[in-house]
Design a protein around this ligand. Structure first.
Ligand SMILES: [Fe+2]
Length: 194
């Protein structure tokens, strides 16, 4: 008569080796150096506004800044000798500029290199002349007016009114060059702006 073989209990089974810890080429990792960022609530905030990544998002941001006067009004300066501007904000892949225009001040004909832009007038009124394949155009931009500027768009902004004007401009990617043109567009003269 065959006797039943005793069943093998778990503890009798051969244990598999524990998986090896990941080996880093330099022996260090972000976690080993800084710890788990999710363990620190102030490093994992979720209440911060998301940065825009689309043209619609950039236009929305420009409108938000324009409506929040405390965000830009205390910073405005006027310069009788030259058009005044200052960088207001930066974000991943974009930057926002604040510009002031005394009566008669003008940008001259220019484009924005490979940057796209969104601009709005927040005080006073500006006049724009543009030059496209369809010919020359002109328009008045009152406070609240919004323009979207494509890469290579050629235009001139001027304060043709008798009152100071202020505008907010967003460029993406950040503005690294403006090609200045004589009044009638010919070969551009390249100027680094910062
Ligand atoms: Fe421009």
């Amino acid at each position: 008569m065959r006797m039943p073989r005793p069943r093998k209990r778990n503890r009798d089974r051969k244990r598999l080796p524990a998986p090896a810890a990941p080996r880093w080429t330099d022996g260090l990792s972000d976690l080993s150096i800084a710890g788990d960022p999710l363990a620190f609530p102030h490093l994992a905030r979720t209440d911060l506004p998301a940065h825009p990544t689309t043209l619609g998002g950039y236009a929305r941001l420009v409108r938000e800044i324009a409506a929040d006067r405390a965000r830009w009004e205390p910073l405005v300066r006027y310069d009788a000798l030259t058009r005044w501007y200052a960088r207001l904000e930066t974000g991943p892949g974009y930057e926002v500029w604040l510009l002031s225009w005394l009566p008669g001040q003008s940008s001259g004909f220019h484009d924005h290199g490979r940057s796209s832009g969104v601009m709005t007038v927040v005080r006073g009124e500006l006049s724009e002349r543009s030059l496209t394949a369809g010919g020359e155009g002109s328009r008045a931009l009152a406070a609240g007016g919004l323009r979207v500027l494509s890469p290579g768009y050629l235009h001139e902004m001027v304060n043709a009114s008798l009152e100071p004007a202020v505008s907010v401009h967003l460029y993406t990617p950040g503005l690294v060059e403006m090609n200045q043109y004589p009044a009638a567009a010919t070969a551009p003269e390249r100027h680094r702006v910062h």
